[in-house]
Ligand binder design. Structure first.
Ligand SMILES: [Zn+2]
Length: 696
């Protein structure tokens, strides 16, 4: 019986069959429906003819009960329904037990206005109605208490939130700065309670709620929630980690394309730790490398690692079978070997997941291997290791430092002379035992041989080329093209060094001078150094793709922009489109040429500083002859290298995303995204290890 137009939300006609707890408080709040005649449509209660022919109607006087002392009291139970023109008992409906709830005044109501006085009085005296009234009274007084309780809890909650904010910020700070959270002694009267508690103490000075909280705790009054216990810290950290992880995973899902960087290492408890990093391009066109999981691997074989890989990807809903385009490892056999290695298990299900050997590791392996393939350098590094091992003892280190301060003072890198002096004093010291003296003596002989000195000079020369490259390769921001260029420059320098006919003589002269300066007995060779060569494998695994990707290098793109109308090689981007299935080969070619032709205007949008850098690069590379399909873009000098640093893959991704050009160049964007996704090194995986090992 729905009313045509009902302006009374508390009209009994709106009462539902069953009243839920929420609706109960809603209707209690609205109160009984007690309209005055003026509220009604006809400005009066409708008049009805009863069986005797008399006109009868409801009257607003019934809303009040006349008490014995002549005063009036409101009947909070009596509800009139304007739409039905009937009266009801709201209290029995809302608070009645089964008998009251099913009584006619609670369900159908009454329109017997002739006997209304009698009906009302009778109902008011019914025990079940009185019971309902008691329930209502209890309910309203309780909710009033509830409300005040609620308000005070809210205040407490708000205060706790403020405190939590500082605590969480402090935790995040310690995590970011990589400093230990806990102190050795965290009790109230300790001098140093650890970074976390000490920082909170400091903040408390400037943060009233936190200060009150800390004082409450320190006064040792009973307090259930301190938020400062180790359990709280761990709980909060894991919650924070989950939040961060879910954000990363959301970004990765949006990016649609990602690579994994996996590394394993043995932690201090001798368990194999498996780090799982992902590299992707986010919506703003930034290249991200993020740690997603760090777990213990029960089994370090290829199959075992693959199981861990599957567990992680399944747990976090990572669609590696479709979206994974590159896998990068440090070169361990269980990961990259031909058979039954992690790489192969992944490629069995996703052949497009190209494999990249971490170039920083590769470089280190090359160096280690090269040093090992020649007896002279092998002995040299053996001697160094023995020396380091011997000098590690605290007393010996102290002697060395003492000599170094005496001999060189501010020259930090000059160690040789101090080392000799220290070894001499250790060998002749009264408290040295026979073993120590003998080892010290033989070490002196070994490191003062002319062989050692000349090798040292030689190795220093090599490392002055390779060490900066190695360091740079380990930075996150480097993209694959930059890595290749860096390696090529280093390769060129090493080749020049080898081709230099005077190089050997220079080294020998330097070594002789060194031996003379340090008054060493042996100042020349007794035998000749024999040179040998060893070839190391390169990035063979994905070479075809790399050739294609080299077209995407900023220099190439710019050279196309300079000579507009030049067409691409026929086979351009073929392997890339095979690798990344979502790329349309023909569209990519068109997009590439279109984009390169408008590159100048787009760069104008980047601001004056970048403009300068990029145009200078343009001038350098504009004339360069475009040698088709070779990926080694050899730079002439390091000078050009530095000019190029400002235009990298990430910058182009930025141009595409910041100008809202992704919809215009979808294939090109995907191609650049895939290029940005290729890790140049797995160094991030190691960084996350060192955090694990040293911080927990
Ligand atoms: Zn009632």
């Amino acid at each position: 019986m729905a009313p045509r137009e009902n302006i009374f939300p508390n009209d009994p006609v709106n009462w539902p069959e069953i009243v839920s707890y929420q609706l109960l408080s809603h209707f209690v709040e609205l109160g009984p429906c007690q309209p005055s005649p003026l509220d009604l449509k006809l400005n009066a209660f409708p008049k009805k003819k009863n069986s005797n022919g008399n006109l009868r109607s409801f009257h607003e006087n019934y809303y009040f009960k006349r008490l014995e002392d002549g005063t009036f009291c409101k009947r909070t139970w009596l509800s009139y329904s304007p739409s039905l023109d009937r009266f009801f008992c709201m209290t029995c409906k809302l608070f009645g037990l089964i008998k009251a709830k099913t009584s006619y005044l609670a369900t159908t109501g009454s329109c017997d206005f002739r006997n209304i006085s009698k009906t009302i009085n009778l109902h008011e005296s019914l025990p079940e109605h009185i019971q309902s009234e008691i329930s209502r009274g209890l309910y309203t007084s309780n909710t009033q208490i509830d409300v005040t309780l609620l308000e005070s809890t809210n205040r407490q909650v708000a205060e706790n939130r403020k405190i939590m904010e500082v605590i969480i910020d402090t935790l995040v700070y310690t995590a970011r700065q990589n400093i230990a959270i806990r102190g050795h002694s965290e009790c109230v009267d300790s001098n140093n309670r650890g970074n976390f508690l000490e920082l909170l103490g400091l903040f408390g000075k400037y943060h009233a709620p936190l200060n009150a909280h800390l004082q409450k705790i320190n006064s040792k009054k009973y307090n259930r929630l301190t938020f400062l216990s180790a359990e709280s810290q761990n709980k909060m950290l894991s919650i924070l980690a989950e939040i961060v992880r879910s954000k990363i995973l959301r970004d990765i899902k949006k990016s649609n394309l990602f690579s994994v960087i996996i590394d394993t290492t043995t932690d201090i408890s001798n368990k194999e730790q498996f780090t799982f990093l992902m590299r992707y391009v986010n919506e703003q066109g930034n290249i991200e490398e993020r740690l997603v999981a760090l777990v213990t691997a029960p089994d370090s074989t290829g199959r075992g690692l693959f199981e861990v890989f599957c567990n992680i990807t399944e747990k976090y809903g990572i669609d590696w079978k479709k979206r994974l385009c590159v896998q990068a490892y440090d070169g361990a056999a269980s990961m990259q070997g031909k058979y039954s290695a992690l790489k192969t298990f992944i490629q069995n299900e996703n052949p497009n997941a190209s494999y990249v050997w971490c170039s920083a590791h590769l470089l280190n392996l090359v160096i280690v291997d090269t040093c090992d393939c020649c007896i002279v350098t092998k002995v040299f590094f053996g001697d160094i290791r023995a020396l380091v091992e011997f000098m590690r003892a605290r007393k010996r280190t102290a002697s060395f430092i003492e000599w170094q301060q005496q001999l060189y003072q501010n020259q930090l890198y000059e160690k040789y002379g101090a080392l000799l002096k220290a070894l001499n004093s250790i060998a002749s010291a009264n408290d040295s035992d026979g073993d120590t003296s003998s080892t010290a003596k033989s070490l002196i002989l070994r490191i003062s041989s002319f062989n050692f000195i000349s090798t040292m000079v030689f190795i220093r020369q090599i490392f002055s080329i390779t060490t900066p490259v190695s360091n740079y390769l380990q930075s996150k921001s480097i993209d694959f093209i930059q890595a290749i260029k860096l390696v090529d420059v280093a390769k060129k320098q090493l080749e020049d060094f080898r081709l230099d006919n005077n190089a050997l003589e220079k080294i020998l002269n330097e070594a002789k001078q060194f031996a003379f300066d340090h008054k060493l007995l042996e100042q020349d060779f007794k035998e000749k150094i024999i040179k040998r060569k060893k070839v190391m494998p390169g990035f063979k695994d994905s070479r075809e793709v790399m050739i294609d990707l080299s077209l995407l290098s900023p220099e190439r793109l710019m050279s196309y922009s300079q000579c507009g109308g030049k067409s691409l090689p026929d086979d351009a981007f073929q392997s890339v489109s095979k690798w990344i299935k979502s790329i349309d080969l023909n569209k990519l070619k068109i997009e590439y040429l279109t984009f390169s032709s408008s590159l100048n205007e787009l760069i104008d949008g980047l601001g004056p500083k970048q403009l300068h850098n990029i145009t200078s690069t343009l001038n350098t590379y504009g004339e360069e002859n475009d040698s088709e399909n070779t990926y080694s873009e050899k730079s002439e000098s390091e000078d050009e290298e530095s000019k190029n640093e400002n235009v990298n893959v990430e910058k182009i991704l930025h141009i595409l995303s910041s100008h809202d050009l992704i919809t215009a160049f979808p294939n090109l964007y995907t191609a650049y995204k895939s290029l940005g996704t290729i890790p140049a090194s797995s160094a991030s995986a190691e960084r996350s290890f060192s955090n694990v090992i040293y911080n927990f």
